[in-house]
Design a protein around this ligand. Structure first.
Ligand code: DQA
Length: 148
């Protein structure tokens, strides 16, 4: 199966960006681990990080034509603002898991609301880079369940 990993604004700076909050792993390191994890169970991982809302939306639209089975998304700050990315995910009706490195619920009140959580298969936050691996594990489990 094909799994698309999407990361929103400022996540290209992981490794140096507020390491106390977001950890020291770079996005490239995180994605490489996910690629290996997907390949180990015979799945294919695709990946896009963008600081632009429209690029994320266009990647989601293209995912439907490519028959992507599942999306893992850390919408970053767009979590708290983007009706448009939410609508794109609903439009293509590809199941997705929402991931955040930090525990958004123990941070500023404006991070407590997500435009994604009520339409996500599940949400993982506060577990750092490992959250992506846990999300991928869950996605693979769900994909293999529906394939049977
Ligand atoms: C984040 C949390 C968001 O509130 C923030 O804007 C980010 C990263 C996280 O992974 O913890 O950029 O999505």
């Amino acid at each position: 199966a094909s799994i698309l990993v999407l990361n929103g604004p400022n996540l290209n700076l992981l490794g140096t960006r507020e390491p106390g909050v977001y950890g020291v792993a770079t996005l490239e390191q995180i994605v490489q681990t996910l690629r290996e994890q997907a390949a180990a169970s015979g799945h294919h991982l695709l990946n896009l990080q963008s600081n632009a809302e429209h690029e994320l939306i266009e990647r989601i639209h293209a995912a439907r034509d490519e028959a992507i089975d599942f999306i893992l998304i850390n919408p970053a700050a767009f979590t708290h603002t983007s009706v448009a990315i939410r609508d794109a995910l609903l439009a293509v009706s590809i199941p997705f898991i929402e991931v955040h490195l930090s525990n958004v619920h123990k941070r500023e009140p404006f991070r407590h609301h997500s435009y994604f959580s009520d339409v996500a298969v599940g949400v993982i936050c506060g577990l750092g880079a490992r959250g992506y691996q846990l999300a991928l594990d869950a996605a693979i489990h769900l994909i293999e369940q529906t394939e049977q």
